[in-house]
Write a protein that binds this ligand. Structure first.
Ligand SMILES: [Cu+2]
Length: 189
């Protein structure tokens, strides 16, 4: 009887292990991501730095940006397609504006008219820096999600441009890229 009893212990162990596994997976998948963060770092020759947070709300994704080290005035502010910040000199590996709907249309977006027309999902308008080079912006983004099935932004990049986004085609004439940061999962507050 020794061998069968050893076998049954082994089978019982395997059965427990298999039963336990789905519960573990379910727990890991259950908590939805409701907050994301991009830490902005400067490209070569710039001093851009700051924090951009993204919070999932019933009315869209709320974006809050606090950035310093900018030249006074407007700076184009976008989500670009790739979270690849390996080009520390010019931030070109982040690709172009995030445009998952394939609109191929750029637009200025501001707090008064978010999502008012088809445009790149990553259009976030302009940061406006004061005389000290600091900018604060709060805007509600429509048509994107943090990690949902609809146009997820986690894993992509925030880009801050040298010049004002004038809403022109195809990408707003905002010039070079002075700051970049990857959008990552944040601890919900
Ligand atoms: Cu851009």
């Amino acid at each position: 009887m020794r061998i069968p009893s050893a076998l049954s212990v082994l089978l019982a162990f395997c059965a427990l292990h298999l039963l336990g596994a789905p519960h573990g997976l379910a727990a890991a998948e259950a908590a939805p991501v409701t907050a994301a963060i991009a830490v902005i770092q400067p490209t070569t020759g710039n001093e851009t730095a700051g924090i951009v947070t993204f919070t999932a709300t019933d009315g869209g994704v709320k974006v809050t940006a606090d950035v310093s080290g900018l030249a006074p005035g407007k700076h184009g502010f976008h989500i670009h397609e790739f979270g690849d910040i390996s080009d520390s000199a010019k931030a070109m590996n982040t690709g172009g504006h995030y445009d998952p709907e394939g609109t191929h249309r750029h637009a200025l977006v501001d707090a008064d008219q978010p999502g008012s027309m088809p445009h790149h999902a990553g259009d976030m308008g302009n940061l406006v820096a004061d005389s000290a080079g600091k900018a604060h912006l709060e805007i509600m983004l429509q048509g994107v999600s943090l990690m949902g099935p609809a146009n997820p932004i986690v894993g992509r990049a925030v880009i801050i441009h040298a010049k004002s986004d004038d809403g022109g085609q195809p990408v707003g004439n905002a010039g070079g890229r002075v700051g970049q940061g990857v959008i990552g999962i944040a601890k919900a507050k």
